[in-house]
Design a protein around this ligand. Structure first.
Ligand SMILES: O=CC(=O)O
Length: 314
């Protein structure tokens, strides 16, 4: 009898194709999140769970799956939706897809930076609303990257990808803060600085680090007060790196000039949320890995992770 794999969402077929001949693969046939109770029913007796970042995989789901479950493979970089301790205790392996989505996330960070610094959405809104009059010397003035200091919080795969892409834009300096010196940072001439100096010196600050106990809410009132009033902050990593209500105050009071966020708390952000009332805050609906290439590679990577765990057991 074939081992059972449950896939919690319609995902790119490439990943399913890698699994379907060898395993009994069932897919939740929807673009939407499977309800918790339905997931509990579906996982009974499975050996592998192919899930996404919006499925909560807690002890209740692991209990329902039972002792046959050997791997929880998430088609995401983030693993905060999985009870890792509980998986460890039960000897269930957890896998994610960190490498294949970095280029997509880095590109999105650059796109959001330009969207924010050049106020492109305001321009598009003006076109749609019939506010585009004769050429005006003082209308929708943005900030160029040329000769600006680019700051990167977290010189990992995404941070490096952002630095590599923005260097040819003519930024004058690239500085970064991380727990250690990143060997490849030299390739873009990036200098390691303290968090304090990153705040004080960055004109364009991209947050690309992981969320840990040390980085949770690291961008708070005190951090914003050290930044330049002309600085633009971009967060494409995790919402909890920022103290969101402090960010609102900093943007409202002009402590920093603008922010671009691809991640918010909560997600989705309610349409009456105060951040959405600010003209200097651009918000995207968590689009970091939304490319056909990244999603296809994430699906393949997830399937390969499942095979890497199951094959030695068979
Ligand atoms: O946020 C998206 C991911 O972790 O893949």
């Amino acid at each position: 009898m074939k081992l059972k794999i449950y896939v919690t969402r319609i995902v790119p077929q490439e990943g399913i194709d890698i699994l379907k001949d060898k395993y009994d693969v069932e897919v939740w046939d929807s673009e939407d999140v499977i309800p918790y109770e339905a997931l509990r029913e579906k996982v009974v007796g499975i050996t592998a769970l192919f899930c996404t970042i919006s499925d909560e995989i807690d002890a209740g789901i692991l209990d329902a799956a039972g002792p046959s479950l050997k791997v929880v493979a998430t088609m995401s970089v983030g693993q905060h939706h999985i009870d890792l301790e509980e998986c460890k205790r039960r000897g269930i392996q957890v896998t994610n897809t960190p490498d294949v989505a970095s280029d997509s996330a880095a590109e999105l960070t650059v796109a959001l930076l330009l969207l924010t610094t050049r106020r492109l959405l305001e321009g598009f809104e003006a076109v749609k609303n019939g506010e585009w009059g004769k050429w005006k010397p003082m209308w929708i003035l943005g900030t160029e990257s040329l000769n600006r200091t680019l700051g990167i919080m977290g010189m990992g795969r995404v941070g490096f990808g952002v630095a590599r892409r923005l260097k040819p834009f003519g930024v004058s300096r690239i500085i970064y803060h991380d727990v250690t010196q990143a060997a490849f940072a030299d390739d873009v001439g990036a200098e390691l600085v303290s968090f304090e100096d990153l705040l004080k010196e960055s004109d364009l600050l991209c947050v690309c680090c992981a969320l840990t106990a040390q980085t949770r809410h690291i961008f708070d009132k005190s951090a914003f007060s050290k930044m330049k009033s002309s600085a633009v902050l971009i967060n494409t990593s995790r919402a909890a790196l920022l103290q969101q209500s402090d960010l609102y105050d900093a943007l409202k009071e002009g402590q920093i000039s603008a922010a671009g966020l691809d991640v918010t708390d909560p997600e989705p952000l309610p349409i009456n949320h105060p951040l959405l009332s600010l003209p200097n805050c651009v918000i995207l609906p968590h689009l970091g890995t939304n490319t056909t290439d990244a999603r296809s590679n994430m699906s393949i990577n997830t399937a390969m992770n499942i095979r890497a765990v199951l094959e030695p057991l068979q």
